[in-house]
Design a protein. Structure first.
Length: 437
């Protein structure tokens, strides 16, 4: 079985190393040896250290490599939308199986790839696109096909989880924790995709598509990052017996008219320390799946890095190679449910709201009136002097309010009205609360 490898960076290099080191085992598992037909790169002459590969295999012509008659499987670890989309569509239409780690492409236009795979009768596998080495997508795609999944909640970005874990452990602010993550290599020089939630949103779209048999794109995902999370928020979460995580949440539910829909969102949230995801620290990933028959399932492990991602890539390579040798094809895309995506405003959640208010009589009554007007029930209220200083007439105070479950639109409208009250000096922070009653 001959492979065309598109990309030879961190992940691609590890794929080459593992192919070399485990060649005998891989051949035994597949029933035929795996050989690299060519490796498409930007610069052929670049120094790649002691990579165990013949330099003659490198090429700057990916399309030419894909079109070669002796190529059976195309492995793409380049990333990005174009030209990767054109390359993979070409390969799939030609009947060549594809293994990709390209979450951005799958989340933006997975439909094109699935359609091309159906047209060419080829396999499309992408385990490495979400949560690195954690075997997650294939269980959703195959093992749980006899069940009904109701909810998927996950920590799927290692960079943000490292940052929030560091803030929780040390009391550091966001900027300090980000600096540490960058120094340790967990954060890119430009961390925007991670800290603003774009990476997690792409993964959430892929998870939702598989879990709910519906085509979901990154544009369907409500997205918020962690840049506004403060050390005070982390301290407040601790006082509640919670921790803050960037969560991706995909769930079935009824829309305003009672029709079954799917809601997909990514945002920071407080979760109780008793929740299985609360103990996931450092740069690890974990996904919590709730199914009707199987119940609660937890998938945990390293979600990024060259070796873990390459492990997932090679797992897919073994699967597609076996299929080709057997003259078979994996199950095609399952999007029969075609559920509508529920607007974020209809999501049922809870809010933790911190207000700096004037310290005078009637403030709490006025604030409570805003919640009542929007039909949002208050669960708890904590009041104290602003900044921990002495309270007194004419000074400011802090109100920390946690709500009961309500539609997100009602909660957001409540916060908007609070911002306009003369007695509210500022809305210091707003965080959702998940995983509790």
């Amino acid at each position: 079985m001959r492979l065309a490898l598109l990309g030879c960076g961190t992940v691609g290099s590890e794929v080459v190393r593992l192919l070399h080191e485990q060649s005998a085992d891989l051949a035994a598992r597949i029933g035929a040896p795996l050989e690299i037909a060519g490796i498409a790169v930007r610069r052929v002459g670049r120094d790649r250290g002691d990579l165990p590969v013949d330099p003659a295999l490198f090429t700057t012509d990916p399309l030419g490599l894909i079109k070669r008659e002796d190529v059976d499987v195309v492995v793409e670890v380049v990333g990005g939308i174009e030209p990767a989309r054109s390359w993979l569509v070409e390969a799939l239409r030609a009947g060549k199986s594809v293994v990709t780690a390209n979450k951005a492409l799958l989340a933006e236009d997975g439909a094109s790839l699935h359609d091309a795979a159906a047209e060419g009768g080829a396999d499309l596998y992408y385990e490495a696109s979400v949560a690195g080495a954690i075997p997650l997508l294939r269980p959703l795609r195959e093992s749980l096909h006899g069940d009904r999944i109701n909810r998927v909640t996950g920590i799927v970005n290692g960079t943000t989880n490292f940052i929030l874990s560091a803030m929780d452990a040390t009391g550091a602010g966001f900027a300090e924790a980000l600096e540490e993550a960058t120094e340790l290599g967990y954060a890119e020089a430009d961390p925007t995709a991670d800290v603003e939630g774009f990476d997690a949103a792409a993964k959430a779209a892929i998870l939702a598509s598989l879990a709910f048999h519906t085509r979901v794109t990154a544009a369907d995902v409500h997205r918020e990052g962690i840049t506004e999370v403060t050390a005070a928020d982390v301290a407040s979460a601790k006082a509640m017996g919670c921790t803050i995580k960037l969560l991706c949440i995909a769930a079935r539910g009824a829309d305003a008219e009672g029709r079954e829909t799917v809601g997909v969102r990514v945002h920071p949230a407080m979760i109780p320390l008793t929740h299985p995801l609360a103990s996931v620290s450092d740069a690890f990933n974990a996904v919590f799946v709730e199914a009707e028959a199987a119940g609660q399932l937890m998938f945990y492990g390293r979600g990024a890095g060259g070796a873990p991602t390459a492990s997932a890539v090679l797992g897919d390579v073994v699967a597609v190679a076996r299929n080709r040798l057997a003259g078979a094809r994996a199950a095609s895309e399952s999007a029969y449910a075609d559920l509508a995506v529920r607007p974020m405003g209809e999501a049922l959640t809870r809010y933790h709201i911190s207000l700096d208010v004037a310290d005078r009589p009637g403030v709490l009554e006025a604030v409570a009136g805003v919640f009542a007007r929007h039909e949002v029930s208050i669960a708890t209220v904590r009041q104290g002097p602003a900044g921990g200083g002495p309270a007194g007439r004419g000074s400011d105070a802090e109100l920390v309010i946690v709500t009961h479950v309500a539609p997100d639109a009602a909660l957001a409208a409540t916060v908007r009205e609070l911002r306009g009250l003369e007695i509210v000096r500022s809305v210091a922070s707003v965080l959702r609360v998940e995983g509790g009653a």
